[in-house]
Design a protein around this ligand. Structure first.
Ligand code: HEC
Ligand code: HEC
Length: 371
């Protein structure tokens, strides 16, 4: 009986210490902002984030030591990639434009278009172990790669993050996911205006642009709404389950709603014809620095993105992707096109620029470690 009690106490202690860990991590959120929901199997700790940061920037994680996560996710570009498609460690192109890593901890689903990948740990298996295309190319080279991390320096980092546990791809994966979750950006001029009551944080033009952004005429907020500028969020206070994938009328190659063969979005997962060309509306935080835009990096500037929405989609009159995206039968009714003056366009862009969080792009806590 005593032993039984002892066991209960032990398990309670373990539960408490997990909880304490979770509670102790300082997300550095603004007051009133919800905390992200995280898997119980990987509570946040400062030590995991620190180990994850080292791993994120370490090319030893790729089999040929030529590539790190950071080679497709650059901090000064909000962890996006300026190339249309990124190249894996053997030079193969990725299917899509690299996503910025901004407030990923809040994302309801991961990647541009997948309704089944709901935690970062699972998503990271793609760049780590994926073979088509090869990104880091770990598959088949597991032992060699793990050996590289058995240095004194890493042994210490792993022991701090995962006391008594092995250096393996499970602990590596958890540390990387923790680092990605720590990349929180909530300190743009817009935030200072909206949440700190600093009336001088936004220019007149940005304020006009903000009102346009949230207007029913422009409709942006229906898909890029909420504190993270995407409907695709999930956090401790969220009750409603929203369907976050939309077809914005970029293509219509067969006049029946298909996107170019390279990428049909959510349809590739669900095989439901209505999901042709449906992608997640990404966050617009730090959007100024994450060009090129859209899942295929096909739009170069914010001005062109706005022209695209004003036209209610994209008409391509020749070439392999020829077709009238505006008439795509799967297009969201919120992308209906609108008249916009040059001044309004400039204002809207000024507002989008006010979502740039300089501190995030320069924060040494997210930067490559010095050793
Ligand atoms: C070869 C380039 C490349 C490498 C290397 C790479 N990524 Fe990515 N990353 C991408 C691309 C491209 C996407 C978008 C994939 C998609 O939507 O299908 C992406 C998406 C992501 C996402 C999803 C973000 C979201 O909002 O859904 C996370 C998280 C991520 N990467 C983290 C990492 C980490 C951590 C590593 C290192 C283990 C890594 N990436 C290595 C190119 C890369
Ligand atoms: C119907 C939902 C919807 C509406 C309305 C909408 N967007 Fe989007 N937005 C999306 C989706 C989905 C994508 C990704 C589309 C793709 O890649 O195929 C996107 C992409 C973008 C991007 C590029 C993001 C990146 O990281 O590459 C920007 C910028 C953007 N939208 C701004 C706006 C603005 C400004 C408005 C209002 C004029 C607006 N959006 C209205 C759903 C929407």
């Amino acid at each position: 009986m005593k032993y039984f009690f002892f066991l209960i106490c032990l398990s309670l202690l373990a539960a408490c210490s997990e909880n304490t860990n979770k509670e102790n991590y300082d997300w550095q959120l603004r007051e009133g902002f919800p905390k992200p929901t995280i898997p119980q199997t990987n509570p946040m700790t400062v030590e995991k984030v620190e180990l994850g940061r080292h791993l994120f920037y370490d090319r030893n994680l790729s089999f040929n030591q030529k590539q790190a996560c950071a080679d497709c996710h650059f901090q000064e570009l909000a962890f996006s990639d300026p190339r249309v498609f990124s190249l894996g460690t053997t030079g193969e192109a990725t299917q899509r434009n690299s996503l910025a890593l901004v407030n990923v901890a809040y994302n309801k689903t991961l990647t541009w278009a997948h309704n089944g990948i709901k935690d970062i740990e699972t998503q990271l298996l793609i760049p780590m172990f994926g073979e088509s295309p090869i990104e880091l190319g770990i598959t088949g080279n597991e032992d060699t790669i793990i050996e590289r991390f058995k240095t004194e320096h890493y042994k210490e980092l792993f022991e701090d993050a995962f006391p008594g546990q092995e250096i393996n791809f499970n602990t590596i994966n958890k540390a990387l996911a923790s680092f990605v979750r720590s990349l929180i950006s909530l300190n743009s001029p817009f935030d200072r205006y909206a949440y700190d009551g600093d009336d001088n944080a936004l220019s007149e033009s940005a304020i006009r642009g903000m009102n346009l952004f949230f207007s029913e005429k422009f409709e942006c907020h229906h898909c890029h709404g909420g504190f993270n500028f995407t409907q695709s969020t999930f956090h401790e206070k969220q009750q409603i389950d929203r369907r976050p994938f939309h077809n914005t009328g970029m293509y219509n190659v067969n006049a029946q709603g298909a996107y170019p063969e390279r990428d049909n979005g959510l349809f590739e997962i669900t095989l439901d014809p209505a999901d042709h060309g449906r992608f997640r509306a990404p966050t617009l935080r730090n959007i100024e620095v994450t060009a090129p835009y859209m899942h295929d990096g096909s739009i170069k500037t914010l001005e062109e993105v706005i022209d695209f929405y004003a036209a209610g989609g994209q008409l391509i009159s020749d070439g392999p992707n020829q077709g009238d995206g505006r008439a795509n039968p799967h297009k969201s009714p919120f992308v209906k096109g609108f008249e916009i003056s040059e001044q309004e366009k400039a204002d809207l862009i000024e507002f989008l620029r006010s979502l740039t969080d300089k501190n995030f792009l320069e924060n040494p806590k997210h930067a490559a470690p010095s050793q």
